[in-house]
Design a protein around this ligand. Structure first.
Ligand code: AGP
Length: 609
């Protein structure tokens, strides 16, 4: 996620902005920039790369000025580059804006502004904000910002400065966080408190729809309709390290809790009319190209591979196309059978996994179209694939992938609905039924996250064991594999996923008295079969913890513990059933005093074979 910093007061802004941006580096970024209102006018310095690159570029020519804004960019629209870095200006170079969020309607706004005579220089969605502010400005920056953000569909946390009103910062927020730090004769704005926590602990938290005018001595907050809002001062009690994690003890827990937002961000501009329609025009796939696909080959590693397994079930069920899923490390060396009408779909959070990149290159050498689902704009996978569907999960810091996995599933579902629509398989009603079910998922995930105490309790049972089994049928089996990996990689418990129907072919020999078995039973079509398998396990005194859809838990007496899940269509249940498994792995690892965010022997991105 992007990082925003603003300062206004008696001191030179530049060092304060740079210091604040460095404290937001944990959020992940690919470029940085600052803008100051210097005596000689608005000065903007920005550069692709780390903040150190920006500092080197500025060198000793530090722009003077005591009013300024800064930004670290996590690219969503437009690859990392100097020109795409924030701050962005309007035509007149008298306005500068920094922004965190996604402007869904930026293309139509950009076109309208161009017709009004505005000239754009970047590929970003953010630049339309600067031109909108410029367009509406007469003599009041707050009014200009207020009118500008009313045109925007999507999410934003933004700060604007302008030459004509040098004594203020103006900011606005919707769906992306923004806080105001209250100093003595100086004030700060930031995406997150770590940016200025060493300078003040007294903050205003801007709410959705609110705007603020921040001067060195006064902060005024306004509602969207211009009414002055009396804000309560919050005292931040966190220490800096905690603040980077949003107050959570680990990045992994923070990222698990961020999943509803990550899902909503990933659907922005894509799942439209509250899910009644799907728009993936960004893929620039013609209906003919969609119809010509005869087979899909999904290739990935680790958690991304497990997402691909879920995608297989969804695509085969809805598109009635054969879908093969392979580990990239196998695919690249087994001379795979690829015909010209096979769409190769690579999935990678980092976009830098060596095996996945090699698989992508092999597919391209064979002349196959490659579509990538990745979380990092400008990553190697993103640059080398023909088509890219970005998961807008924001930077994922913990080694164990959680929000990226969930947004990979969502992206696979959206791609499936889109292909179904383009291939004429899904009529309007079917599309709407499934799309609205997808649209509801973030709220349903929120309801599960609210029950983390139940999972912390269940984890107490798992923690002492050195072996745990995960079982499921159909798409539950794919989720069982992901649940097992989560537990393995952060708690160091040997966890194994098994197709429930396979237990009697060997694994049942390992079921001993009390051994924990996580049983997923969310698939209506095979619920009775799942119950039979659970009974097999119970007959051998296994300790069964069952995850099933609420209302379908008529076998609660057959198991040792049930965790009920909100109801969604069978094929979308993985987005709901994996969340408790993530929390189970997390709390078990905490109970075993494991280094949750950085497990032994593992790296966040495996860029070597
Ligand atoms: C997931 O929790 C692991 N950290 C690992 O399996 C990861 O999913 C795998 O290395 C693939 O990474 P990628 O998605 O960045 O390609």
């Amino acid at each position: 996620m992007c990082g925003i910093v603003g300062y206004i007061g008696p001191r030179e802004a530049y060092p304060i902005l740079i210091e604040g941006l460095k404290k937001l580096e944990y959020r992940g970024y690919d470029s940085a920039g600052v803008a100051m209102l210097s005596p000689a006018g608005l000065k903007v310095e920005k550069a692709k790369g780390e903040i150190a690159v920006l500092e080197t570029r500025v060198g000793n020519n530090v722009p003077p000025g005591s009013t300024g804004i800064g930004h670290t960019r996590w690219a969503t629209h437009g690859a990392p580059s100097d020109i795409n870095a924030h701050p962005h200006c309007g035509c007149s170079q008298e306005f500068a804006v920094v922004h965190n969020g996604i402007i869904e309607n930026y293309l139509s706004l950009r076109q309208w502004l161009q017709e009004e005579g505005h000239r754009f220089s970047s590929e970003t969605d953010t630049e339309v904000l600067a031109h909108l502010v410029e367009h509406y400005f007469t003599d009041d920056l707050l009014q200009a910002v207020s009118q500008a953000v009313k045109q925007v569909e999507g999410s934003f946390a933004m700060v604007a400065i302008c030459e004509q009103e040098r004594d203020k910062l103006v900011c606005a927020r919707k769906d992306s966080p923004l806080v105001i730090g209250l100093g003595e004769g100086e004030n700060y704005i930031a995406s997150d408190v770590p940016a200025f926590l060493n300078r003040t602990r007294r903050i205003y938290i801007l709410e959705d729809g609110e705007l603020a005018v921040v001067t060195a001595s006064v902060v005024q907050v306004f509602s969207a309709n211009g009414r002055l809002v009396q804000k309560e001062i919050n005292e931040v009690t966190w220490e800096a390290g905690e603040a980077e994690k949003g107050g959570y003890p680990h990045f992994m827990l923070k990222e698990i809790m961020e999943q509803p937002r990550a899902l909503r961000d990933t659907t922005r501009g894509r799942l439209i009319n509250e899910g009644r329609d799907i728009n993936l025009a960004e893929l620039a796939l013609t209906p003919e190209q969609c119809r010509n696909i005869e087979r899909i080959f999904i290739v990935a590693c680790g958690t991304a591979y497990h997402a691909g397994l879920v995608g297989k079930y969804a695509m085969e069920k809805i598109l009635r196309l054969p879908v093969e899923v392979d580990l990239a490390s196998e695919f690249r060396y087994r001379d795979p059978l690829l015909d010209p009408n096979t769409l190769v779909l690579v999935i990678s959070q980092s976009g830098e996994t060596a095996d996945t990149l090699a698989a992508l290159r092999l597919a391209r050498e064979r002349g196959n179209p490659v579509l990538a689902i990745t979380n990092v704009v400008g990553s190697s996978v993103a640059r080398e694939a023909e088509k890219v569907l970005y998961t807008w999960a924001g930077p994922e810091i913990a080694v164990a992938s959680t929000k990226a996995y969930l947004t990979q599933l969502l992206s696979l579902y959206m791609l499936t609905l889109y292909l179904g629509k383009q291939r004429g398989i899904l009529d309007g009603q079917s599309l709407a039924e499934m799309g609205t079910a997808l649209y509801r998922l973030p709220s349903q995930v929120e309801s599960i996250l609210g029950r983390e105490a139940e999972l912390r309790e269940i984890s107490d049972y798992l923690a002492p064991w050195e072996s745990v089994f995960f079982v499921g049928r159909n798409v539950d089996y794919a989720v069982a594999m992901e649940g097992a990996l989560k537990l393995k990689e952060i708690s160091y418990i040997h966890a194994e996923a098994y197709a429930s129907g396979e237990l009697k072919h060997g694994t049942l020999a390992l079921i001993v008295d009390g051994i924990p078995v996580i049983a997923l039973a969310t698939q209506g079509a095979v619920l009775d079969k799942s119950l039979s398998n659970i009974k097999e396990i119970k007959a051998r005194c296994g300790h069964v913890i069952c995850f099933a859809r609420e209302g379908e838990i008529n076998f609660a007496r057959e198991v040792d513990r049930v965790f009920s899940l909100p109801a969604a269509p069978d094929i979308f249940m993985p987005i709901l059933s994996v969340v408790p498994l993530q929390l189970l792995a997390y709390y078990t690892a905490v109970a075993r005093a494991c280094p949750v965010d950085k497990p032994r022997n593992l790296a966040k991105s495996v860029t070597v074979e």
